[in-house]
Design a protein around this ligand. Sequence first.
Ligand SMILES: NC(=O)c1ccc[n+]([C@@H]2O[C@H](COP(=O)([O-])OP(=O)(O)OC[C@H]3O[C@@H](n4cnc5c(N)ncnc54)[C@H](OP(=O)(O)O)[C@@H]3O)[C@@H](O)[C@H]2O)c1
Length: 255
Amino acid sequence: MRNKLFHKTYIITGASSGMGRATALAFAGEGANLVLSGRDYLRGQEIENEIQVAEGNAVFLPGDVGDMDYNRKLVDLAVKTYGQLDGVITNAGILGLGSITEVDPELWHKTFSVNVDAVYYLLKFAIPEMLKRSSASVVINSSIAAFKTFPNHPAYCASKAALVALAKQAAVEYGPTIRINTICPGPVDTPFIHDSAVAFPDPAKAVENAGQNTLLKRLGQPEDIAKLSLFLASDDASWITGSVFTIDGGIMAKG
Ligand SMILES: NC(=O)c1ccc[n+]([C@@H]2O[C@H](COP(=O)([O-])OP(=O)(O)OC[C@H]3O[C@@H](n4cnc5c(N)ncnc54)[C@H](OP(=O)(O)O)[C@@H]3O)[C@@H](O)[C@H]2O)c1
């Protein structure tokens, strides 16, 4: 039996698609109890059903992570449904494309609201619950965009860089009980990368190049990222906190 997360409860944001969905399936496969977040009701219900049919425990709550009260509700639901909270995977994100001079200020603020404020909100409500446990783990999904530029991605890059700093700050403040680590994926084959490619002159070519530019000559798959999040959430990573992991097929090694 696979049970690395048996009897443990996690909140996963952005669970209705891509990496969050793959992470939900991986965690459920290891016996975790899950509260799943996303905006799309139908896709959220689908992942909830898929886990329940496989005799896993998952409950989906639709909402906008940029809304502080929704984050409070996610934590309340975890505690009400499963009695405890052992970790959170902050994964929801948006691109907010546009150059510094042209991006709509509202979109700039929205990008920070979803990518950064939402993580602060979820930590704000989740930390007191996680501190009641003997150990807990947070995985924050940033991006290699925290360290590397992309055309017309200033809001995205700046917001993802902010997460690296926020995660380290949180790791220092809430250890040793709560371990907090950041993952920085490179190009992963989800709807997101196709939306990002719109900022390049030839979007289809940009996606193809993104895979070919890795040392491993392919895009990452959502499951590649889910495996790292699972490792970091589990006791296998019990001596890892405050760390930043690139998972990018080797792109950052190329400089
Ligand atoms: N794909 C890549 O190449 C790549 C690389 C590095 C980092 N990342 C990061 O990985 C994370 C997951 O992205 P993905 O590639 O898996 O993309 P995806 O398939 O498009 O999934 C994005 C998820 O975020 C959710 N979301 C977006 N805005 C939200 C909001 N305001 N409130 C609640 N949920 C919201 C979406 O929910 P709905 O679908 O229900 O709206 C969806 O579940 C993002 O933070 C992204 O920045 C992606």
